[in-house]
Design a protein around this ligand. Structure first.
Ligand SMILES: [Zn+2]
Length: 249
């Protein structure tokens, strides 16, 4: 993945994916919760930070590179959504902060301690928070494209909050966020804000495969995100057809 804001060309080996569990409940703090109800605790069902054994061998896996990719993804998402809002005559407020954390409970959202192995958008504080060790593990395992997807997905939850979009089922909220993440990436590639390297599309597929719900997860379950197939379909629908395919109106 190469960005205008970052300058490093990146080679992309296909990463080996073991069970990454992304964002078991990745909107917290009000967006998907009824008024007055405490958000359900998040349930990463498999602790899954990949170990060093899975580190990709192309030398592009340092924490510094990861942090640069997070910063680049945030910049691109901000510019993208600012342009979308401006085109609709709306004022855009960027998400307030992106907060890395290392320990369970180090960051709270609306009184709820965030667990390890997760990434969330917190509407109560209007911030994105992610377990840095888990995220770096995923970055090493899947590749840099995963970082752009993950940030884009959480950013999309912030956009849903701004637009007042609240579906009855988390799966609808989550699949729409995947579509919006696809749109921000596809449109950014088309506008040349972002250039994909060989293998990046495959990295998106691998990342989405890794973050799909278990096959026995009921679609209506609290916290359901969608199967790997559903998430992949939503992401690439947005990626190929832009926001018009994401049911934002
Ligand atoms: Zn989500």
């Amino acid at each position: 993945m190469t960005t205008r804001v970052g300058r490093r060309p990146r080679s992309s080996l296909a990463g080996l994916v073991v069970a990454l569990v992304a964002a078991a409940g990745c909107v917290v703090g009000g967006v998907s919760e009824p008024e007055g109800q405490q958000p359900a605790p998040q349930r990463p069902d498999t602790p899954a930070s990949p170990g060093a054994a899975q580190t990709r061998a192309d030398g592009t896996t340092s924490v510094e590179e990861f942090q640069q990719d997070v910063a680049d993804a945030k910049t691109i998402a901000e510019r993208y959504w600012a342009a979308q809002f401006q085109a609709s005559g709306e004022r855009f407020r960027p998400i307030r902060r992106v907060i890395p954390y290392q320990r369970a409970g180090e960051v709270s959202c609306g009184g709820q301690a965030l667990p390890r192995n997760n990434a969330v958008y917190c509407s109560a504080g209007d911030f994105i928070a992610y377990d840095v060790n888990w995220s770096v593990g995923a970055f090493r395992q899947v590749g840099d494209a995963f970082v752009f997807y993950l940030l884009g997905h959480e950013y999309a939850h912030g956009i849903q909050a701004r637009l007042g979009i609240r579906y009855s089922y988390t799966i609808q909220q989550e699949l729409q966020a995947d579509c919006m993440a696809g749109a921000y990436l596809g449109d950014s590639v088309r506008s040349k804000a972002l250039r994909l390297d060989d293998g990046d599309l495959e990295e998106f597929r691998e990342g989405l495969l890794a973050v799909g719900d278990a096959p026995d997860q009921p679609w209506f379950a609290e916290g359901a995100h969608g199967t790997a197939e559903q998430r992949t379909e939503s992401f690439f629908r947005g990626y190929e057809r832009s926001l018009g395919a994401c049911d934002l109106t």
